[in-house]
Design a protein around this ligand. Sequence first.
Ligand code: NDP
Length: 303
Amino acid sequence: MAQIIDGNAVAEEIKKEIIEETEKLKAKGITPGIATLLVGDDFGARMYRGQVEKNCQSVGFNYFDKSLPADTTEEEVVNIVKELNDDPAVSGILPLRPFPPHVSDSAVINTIRVDKDIDCFHPFNMGRLTLGEPTLAPCTPSACIELLERVGIDFEGAEIVVVGHSNIVGKPVALLALNRNATITVTHIFTSQAGNLAKHTTGADILIVAAGKAGLITPDLVKEGAVVIDVGINRVKVLDEEGNPVLDEKGKPKTKTVGDVDFENVKEKVKAITPVPGGVGAVTNMMLLKNALTAAKMQAGIE
Ligand code: NDP
């Protein structure tokens, strides 16, 4: 039976560490602060905004809400980022995407001061990550690493396979693991289309999955005794035993959140696995706070 890696418990541990550090910093007159930047009213982005606000409050950070209407021009958005760059109370800036189509991601991201870029979106910080130099590490990828480190994984020489090559998860998690001397294979949609996914995933000591496809990873794609980190977040319909949708009291199909891994069946074969929810997501939230704390210290010239 696999160890179920409890992301909530790890998140609670990190939160305690952050609260302690924040109190020490406040004693020196410094309070970390996060500003979120939301343009328009994308549902997912709004949900994330609320979560960041709540998390800031829970550790004693300041929080600044920059929620702008969908018709805000790109120039206006960029000017707001510049104001946040210059505001000493803001230690970290988090753009909440997607932006409306007329606001380009790169115009916003390239404007963020690199020492306030708390999710490592800026090309400068991604470059430093590629060079293996210290940087504000991207939150979800560092959550994967943190979970693996806290369950005692030795990265050196480990065969790590990443499924997904996005700039936000797949590529940076591969770089973080490479910087720890693991052997990395990055797979993606073309790997699957070429019929080669299983060839790679079945050789993985550690499998990190970030594809956004519910049920993609079935037991036949996983090595016996592997460690599986499931980053995916997917809303799927709840089905009854005959495969029909279960309806709620309003007659609408009930839904639930699942990852990319067929958790129930894969957990019978592996050494350890993260659940969804309660795995990577909870820790990601804490990594953002940790980065804001680091950024506040850097800006104050504290080691
Ligand atoms: P993207 O859609 O940007 O990237 C998905 C990646 O998976 C792409 O590289 C894509 O390849 C690849 N892919 C898609 N289908 C397959 C397949 N059948 N076989 C192999 N590779 C495939 O998503 P993100 O990286 O932003 O996010 C991935 C998942 O992680 C999502 O479910 C997202 O909700 C979740 N997430 C969770 C977070 C957390 O904190 N827990 C934070 C961020 C994301 P290609 O580009 O070539 O199509």
